[in-house]
Design a protein around this ligand. Structure first.
Ligand code: GDP
Ligand code: MG
Length: 167
């Protein structure tokens, strides 16, 4: 029996919450407080329902970029994250999309996530700005919170559903 799975990659600047979103989806928990440094590439497998997802967690740091590039071509889906309380992380989304265009599969499924939606008082990126950017690139968009869990499951479900449609 060959287990079929899709490879989903988490991308975005350092500290936007990639690891926390993955932990929230996988374990239903939030590892608050401490910054969990992801070195290079880490992965977790999820077999919740539908289809097996092999989720690659990446480090956004420049020095790991070349490592990450090598994995782009194997990914069927990309979750691209920014932090709604961090403007540079949002401004860098265009650069990430350029990189995706250069390195990923042509038909890769992409979803844009504005994370840390629980931090309403510290918000510097409006929901409409995320929506506008997503629309410009023709990708679905959601605001998530790894802390409260809002939309995290939904985002992975949407990705899994999209992958199923394309299969
Ligand atoms: P990564 O570098 O993109 O993997 O980011 P991490 O997952 O390590 O998270 C970076 C920091 O942001 C940590 O201190 C987390 O506790 C915090 N964090 C991540 N997601 C959220 C969220 O949804 N809400 C809040 N309030 N903090 C978050
Ligand atoms: Mg990380």
């Amino acid at each position: 029996l060959i287990m079929q799975y899709y490879i989903v990659m988490l991308l975005g600047d350092s500290a936007v919450g990639k690891t926390c979103v993955l932990v929230r989806f996988k374990d239903g928990a939030f590892l608050g407080g401490n910054f969990i440094a992801t070195v290079g590439i880490d992965f977790r497998v999820s077999d919740k329902g539908y289809r097996l997802l092999k989720i690659w967690d990446t480090a956004g740091q420049e020095r790991f970029r070349s490592v990450t590039h090598a994995y782009y071509r194997d990914a069927q889906a990309l979750l691209l994250l920014y932090d709604i309380t961090n403007k540079p992380s949002f401004d860098n989304i265009r650069a990430w999309l350029t990189e995706i265009h250069d390195y990923a599969q042509k038909d890769v499924v992409i979803m844009l996530l504005g994370n840390k939606s629980d931090l309403a008082a510290e918000r510097v990126v409006k929901t409409e700005e995320g929506e506008k950017l997503a629309k410009e690139y023709g990708v679905p968009f959601m605001e998530t919170s790894a802390k409260t869990g809002v939309n995290v499951e939904l985002a992975f479900h949407a990705i899994a559903r999209e992958l199923k449609h394309r299969a």
